[in-house]
Design a binder for this molecule. Structure first.
Ligand code: FAD
Length: 404
């Protein structure tokens, strides 16, 4: 059925000079800067398809649903038995399925050349539409270099975390077609200073049992968490499966955070009650092991703000192209053009920096690795400091509607 237009001729006035909502957009074709920076042989078609899907009006509507209907904690079933599950809006699952199928979490590890650049381009595209679901997929991408080096894990976590199938069921990894991974480091007494972690690990045959709390644990429906806990040798990294064969692992979700942003995605406070865990990396080398995952999450947090800036700028551009003030389209007002030009420079700079760093993640020389290590921290810092200012200014361009 064709959608009927809203009624603009009202009893007291006609609605004029209010820009129509934008129709379908193509986030890849419309973005010449991205195409110049990411365009490489063979893999462009996947990025083009992803950008076109994300830009559809219907997809953007779905993103609003996922953001408006925030996740809900189900600690118990009706009878008071523990569930510790989080229910997400169906549109959140839809984004997870789309991005997993596109290879957001896996493309970096599937190609020798240019995989991280393709991954960064996907982070940038997805952040423009529904940044919430990026969190679990970024962590799944970032856990790969850690779990792929770990021998002796019960299931093939590395292969499952590369799967292009999204399987949100509450089932153990060996019964799933694909898994996602999270990380649990931060405790109440210290986040930056993770060496203050108090979660304890005790040996239980070939496995371990963890007891303690984690104050921030995003994407709590992930299938496993890379976790820091203390053994007799010091802080050690573990993989804690969310579900076991025939039972739930001892992971209790205490509550979900009431967050300022990233609302479609859940962030939880959790407790481990003798949770079964597998050691990852050397005993006592927990920080050295998990920092590899942290390093890769930084790439995504460096590039995502460029996506947020791009989205804000696009809305501003749409508005000024379709709104008149003082007998001229706003985009033809000289001062407005200056403002938009400044914003465009900020966005392009952020995107160029992020993609430049992504390229160093694809490099194989010691210089590439050294640059990736320091460059990603600086890019994360610079782009995230810049982002709120650019978005705020872009909102001002919309006048009062920017505030609304
Ligand atoms: C939305 C969200 C999701 C999150 N998800 C996860 C997750 O999934 N897993 C997880 O483990 N954690 C997660 N975190 C936690 C995050 O990693 C921590 O909040 C972060 O590491 C900071 O730790 P903190 O909050 O304890 O702050 P603190 O470490 O107490 O820092 C407070 C302030 O002091 C500054 N500071 C710290 N040390 C120094 C120093 N030496 N010199 C000068 N200044 C310093 C910091 O920069 C900061 O400004 C999440 C956080 C948020 C907001």
């Amino acid at each position: 059925m064709t959608e009927l237009p809203a009624t603009a001729l009202l009893e007291t006035h006609d609605v004029t000079n209010q820009p129509e909502a934008a129709g379908d957009r193509d986030l890849w074709t419309d973005d010449i800067v991205l195409r110049l920076l990411a365009g490489r042989d063979g893999k462009d078609s996947a990025l083009a398809a992803y950008g076109a899907t994300l830009g559809q009006r219907e997809t953007r509507e779905a993103a609003r649903n996922a953001e408006r209907h925030t996740p809900e904690l189900r600690p118990f079933d009706q009878a008071g038995r523990r569930l510790d599950e989080v229910i997400f809006h169906p549109d959140y699952h839809r984004f997870m399925a789309t991005s997993v199928a596109a290879g957001y979490h896996s493309v970096a590890w599937e190609h020798d050349a240019g995989g991280h650049v393709a991954h960064a381009a996907m982070v940038y595209l997805a952040s423009q539409v529904e940044p919430g679901h990026c969190c679990p997929l970024t962590m799944t991408y970032a856990a790969q270099p850690v779990i792929s080096k770990t021998e002796g894990l019960c299931d093939d976590w590395s292969a499952l975390a590369l799967s292009r199938e999204y399987d949100p069921a509450a089932k153990p990894a060996n019964m799933k077609s694909g898994v996602t991974l999270g990380m649990a480091m931060t405790e109440k007494q210290g986040g930056s200073d993770v060496r203050a972690n108090s979660t304890a690990a005790e040996r239980d045959g070939d496995t371990w049992r963890l007891t303690g709390h984690k104050w921030f644990c995003s994407a709590p429906m992930s299938d496993g968490f890379l976790t820091l806990a203390r053994t007799g040798s010091g802080l050690t990294c573990f993989l804690v499966p969310r579900w076991l064969d025939g039972e739930r692992n001892g992971i209790r979700i205490q509550r979900l955070k009431e967050k300022l942003g990233n609302r479609s995605n859940a962030s939880a406070e959790i407790e481990y009650h003798g949770a079964l865990a597998y050691r990852v990396g050397e005993d006592g080398a927990g920080v050295r092991t998990i920092v590899e995952m942290v390093h890769h999450t930084r790439l995504d947090t460096a590039i995502a703000p460029a996506g947020l800036m791009r989205a804000a700028l696009r809305e501003a551009f749409h508005w000024v192209s379709n709104r008149l003030a003082f007998q001229k389209r706003l985009i033809d007002q000289p001062l407005m053009r200056t403002v938009l030009a400044d914003l465009a420079l900020d966005w392009q700079g952020a995107l160029t920096l992020g993609m430049h760093v992504a390229r160093s993640f694809d490099g194989h020389t010691p210089e590439d690795r050294a640059f990736a290590r320091i460059g990603v921290a600086l890019a994360k810092y610079l782009n995230n400091k810049l982002c709120p200012m650019v978005v705020g200014e872009a909102m001002e361009v919309l006048g009062g509607m920017g505030y609304v």
